[in-house]
Design a protein around this ligand. Structure first.
Ligand code: CA
Length: 227
């Protein structure tokens, strides 16, 4: 049974979450505040955690940092609309995904399944080098991209960016992480680098670069590779 730790102080939302998750055979622990969450996580390590950022006793981001220090379980963040900085801070602290309130229960359950599935998928092994989509194929070992029977020429920077995204399929990768890994900088002022290089990648890989199907922007936050 997949054990879920729900860290949320809104009793109505908690009730809805518990009913829906138990109906789908999840085991559920509930913590109404950060201190309880950390205590519960220590006694019964969860397989996946859902954390509301607005908690009565602690900042949700600090809860995420504390959980990350001792557990690799995926963390899904619940956050109020428009709090984009908060979401980025949560992702940078080690959260895996976020859902903006109000959300549909179906969406939350789908994200939960995806998060659990990612932990069950073995990471891309060195001999599993092909990432295939209906539009293009990437050979991670040969560092080659094929599209319509032709090799796509990528600059080293484009390749590095693409490699990070495709080895994190379905997962939001923050601007900060991409900037750090590709350019070695973390300033948000450099996000224009990202926009330029993502636009180039889309021109080379997407059928309709202005409506990307594979290299998706999460506005103000980062990018996601949808296989
Ligand atoms: Ca709250």
């Amino acid at each position: 049974m997949t054990q879920v730790l729900v860290v949320e102080d809104d009793p109505q939302l908690v009730r809805a979450l518990v009913i829906n998750m138990q109906a789908r055979q999840y085991g559920v622990d509930v913590a109404p505040d950060g201190a309880t969450a950390l205590r519960l996580a220590a006694t019964r390590p969860p397989d996946v955690v859902i954390v509301d950022l607005g908690l009565p006793d602690m900042d949700g981001v600090d809860v995420i940092k504390a959980l990350r220090g001792r557990n690799r379980a995926p963390i899904l963040v619940l956050s109020a609309r428009r709090a984009s900085d908060e979401k980025v801070a949560a992702l940078d602290a080690g959260a895996d995904d976020y859902i903006t309130k109000p959300f549909s229960m179906d969406e939350l359950l789908a994200r939960l399944r995806a998060a659990v599935r990612r932990t069950e998928d073995t990471p891309i092994a060195p001999d599993t080098t092909l990432v295939e989509t209906t539009a293009f194929t990437i050979d991670l070992l040969a560092k080659k991209v094929m599209r319509g029977g032709h090799t796509v020429r990528l600059t080293p920077t484009e390749w590095h960016l693409l490699e990070i995204l495709v080895t994190n399929p379905g997962r939001l990768v923050t601007q900060k992480r991409l900037l750090q890994e590709v350019w070695g900088v973390s300033q948000h002022s450099k996000t224009n680098y990202l926009r330029v290089y993502m636009a180039q990648l889309r021109r080379k890989l997407e059928a309709d670069p202005s409506h990307p199907r594979y290299l998706v922007t999460e506005p103000g936050m980062g990018y996601r590779f949808e296989a």
